[in-house]
Design a protein around this ligand. Structure first.
Ligand code: F6R
Length: 609
């Protein structure tokens, strides 16, 4: 979802800005633009892909050492050059780029128009350029003009401003939309995602909500939007530029699927204490007392992270005996949830910036819950706003569809379940068995990845299908939901994830020869029940693609195709079983001529409600 980059320093801004935009391409966008001060303001924008903007820039190359750039994902006003950012003020002396939503833009636009401002776009963001203009014309510094503009708006923002009135400076602020400041030598970078500044900056300041930074080649100051300077803590910039490349894979999604054995090793590294038979989660140390008196845990998350939460629920209830509810974050915040002093709320999020998840978390905090973040991106809002947390260590996930981040979430939830379990009577021998099986899984996942070509063939066989059921029971149900989500979001195939036991309560009426079902049927405690769902489908002429474990020949005559993965215990099956589903979705998208990394209408990090 919308990307921002900005530069101020002594070098030409444009090369960094265009490279930064390319690195943020994965987040999803429909138009792009840059503004450079050198010394007069030049703005170049284009609808469509960055390649279209790059074409323009070849002929119109704006020079200067201060600049901002943006990839836009349309919310107010369709994708077009006029609606693309940066937006200028009436004088064409100042420009802004903005992520987020200005809720009172209608009212502000009316006021500004009455004072003579002329609007050039249909966006909500443009009001910021005109409010900024008023501050600048009143003789304010760039930072003060931006602060007074922002004090007029309701909504969310990551925003960066430059102006001819203050050459060689930029000002940026955040509220509910991420922004980082990269620290270089005599140069500073801002970006909505640290991926844009990797390899350029040595350290990074994660702006907090309500903070504003002003930077020039001479230095930077972080202050609160309402008052005095604050200490912007400089942190190490995690990650490598290599992590942003495809390393020989045709798509990031395939690369990330193949990274999963290593991701699992990273999740487990330093966290398994086999002698004590427990998992070591340093981020929970300070809240040990509250964890000891926990009587309820709520997991809040969206999309794939929500499905990971459903798997986590079963593990925590089974191993720790704590009742767990899992909520779609967008529902949790509006349903007046019951929170007591003994409730913990765990937000599961790859980006740590998902607006709904953050809002649910804040609601839980307001009601007095202990809040725990299970997050991939270090320095993200969820990581900063929770009382305690566990990082999922999946590394940067570029492809829009979650794959390795999902696997890391499930594995981290397994560690959390063991951790809580050991405080609640889970025998050390049982914990050891779980942990040593987890340690064996990277090898087993690698063996599934070796069969990748078989999934390409399968995807070809099902390449003309328009509908799919994904069915499972027990731990297989969230897996079915996640598998269906993968297929629909990247291959645009209508896929319904359903409990296999629910089939007979309605959806079975859809089953016929043109509506295949992928049934998750490992030899677990509900295998016979799942098998009977397969029988029911077959009896109605439905075609079944079954996912089971090695050594099970029982489905051979029944299912049209059988996918086999190594046998693992019931609770950990999702960590192995997810891999074929990811590969099947990936090859289904490729086979349909689609780009799995950038599915239509989707953005990597959903920072608006
Ligand atoms: C699906 C997918 C999304 C995300 C969801 C939550 O492949 O990627 O459903 O899982 O938008 O995002 P995070 O985990 O960043 O909060």
């Amino acid at each position: 979802m919308c990307g921002i980059v900005g530069y101020v320093g002594e070098r030409e801004a444009l090369p960094f800005l265009t490279e930064g935009l390319r690195r943020l391409e994965y987040r999803g966008y429909d138009s792009a633009g840059v503004a450079v001060l050198g010394p007069s303001l030049r703005i170049v924008r284009a609808s469509g892909k960055i390649a279209a903007l790059a074409d323009r820039l070849r002929t119109e190359e704006p020079n200067g050492t201060t600049g901002i750039a943006h990839t836009r994902w349309a919310t107010h006003g369709p994708p077009s050059e006029a609606n693309a950012h940066p937006h200028a003020d009436c004088r064409h002396r100042a420009a802004i780029v903005h992520n987020g939503i200005i809720e009172n833009y209608g009212e502000l636009k009316g006021e500004l128009a009455a004072r003579g401002h002329r609007f050039a776009s249909e966006t909500d963001s443009e009001v910021l350029a005109h409010l900024l203009e008023e501050g600048l014309q009143a003789g304010k510094s760039l930072a003060d003009a931006l602060a007074s503009a922002l004090n007029r708006v309701r909504g969310t923002y990551g925003v960066v401003a430059i102006s001819e009135d203050h050459p060689g400076r930029l000002a940026a602020a955040r509220l509910g939309s991420p922004l980082v400041v990269g620290i270089g030598r005599d140069e500073y970078f801002v970006a909505s995602d640290a991926a844009a500044i990797l390899g350029h900056a040595s350290g990074v300041v994660h702006l907090k909500d309500g903070e504003l930074v002003e930077a020039s080649a001479e230095g930077y100051v972080v202050r609160s939007l309402v008052s005095a300077p604050v200490d912007g803590t400089v942190e190490r910039l995690e990650g490598t530029v290599a992590g942003l490349q495809k390393n020989g894979h045709p798509h990031f999604m395939l690369k990330e699927i193949h990274e999963q054995p290593d991701v699992l090793r990273n999740v487990l590294r330093g966290r398994v204490d086999m002698e004590a038979g427990t998992s070591i989660l340093g981020g929970l140390r300070d809240v040990g007392d509250r964890l000891a008196s926990l009587d309820r845990l709520s997991i809040v998350a969206c999309g794939s992270a929500y499905y990971a939460g459903l798997i986590g629920k079963r593990m925590i209830e089974e191993w720790a005996g704590i009742p767990v509810e899992v909520d779609v974050a967008s529902e949790y915040r509006y349903r007046d949830p019951i929170v007591t002093a003994h409730t913990a709320v765990c937000a599961v999020s790859q980006s740590g910036e998902t607006a709904d998840t953050l809002a649910a978390l804040r609601e839980a905090k307001r009601k007095g819950a202990l809040t725990i973040g299970l997050v991939n991106v270090v320095g993200s809002a969820v990581a900063r706003e929770t009382d305690a947390g566990i990082f999922t260590h999946a590394g940067p996930e570029i492809s829009v569809a979650s794959t390795k981040a999902f696997l890391a979430q499930v594995a981290t939830l397994a560690l959390l379940a063991v951790h809580l379990g050991r405080r609640r009577g889970l025998p050390s021998a049982s914990a050891r068995a779980i942990l040593s099986e987890l340690e064996r899984l990277p090898r087993l996942i690698a063996s599934v990845l070796e069969q990748a070509a078989a999934f390409r063939t399968l995807a070809r066989e099902y390449g003309a299908e328009r509908d799919f059921f994904y069915l499972g029971r027990g731990y297989g149900l969230p897996l079915a939901l996640e598998g269906a989500l993968k297929l629909k979001e990247i291959a645009y195939v209508h896929a319904e994830g359903y409990g296999a036991g629910e089939l007979k309560h309605g959806p079975i009426s859809l089953v016929d020869a043109a509506f295949p079902s992928l049934v998750i049927a490992p030899r677990d405690s509900v295998y016979e029940k799942t098998r009977s769902a397969i029988e029911q489908i077959r009896a109605r002429g439905g075609r079944v693609l079954a996912l089971t474990d090695e050594g099970n020949a029982d489905l051979d005559g029944l299912a049209a195709q059988v996918i086999r993965v190594p046998h693992v215990s019931e609770a950990l099956f999702p960590l192995v079983g997810i891999v074929p589903l990811q590969l099947f979705a990936y090859y289904s998208a490729v086979q349909r001529g689609l780009d799995p990394d950038q599915p239509r209408n989707l953005a990597k990090s959903v920072t608006v409600e």
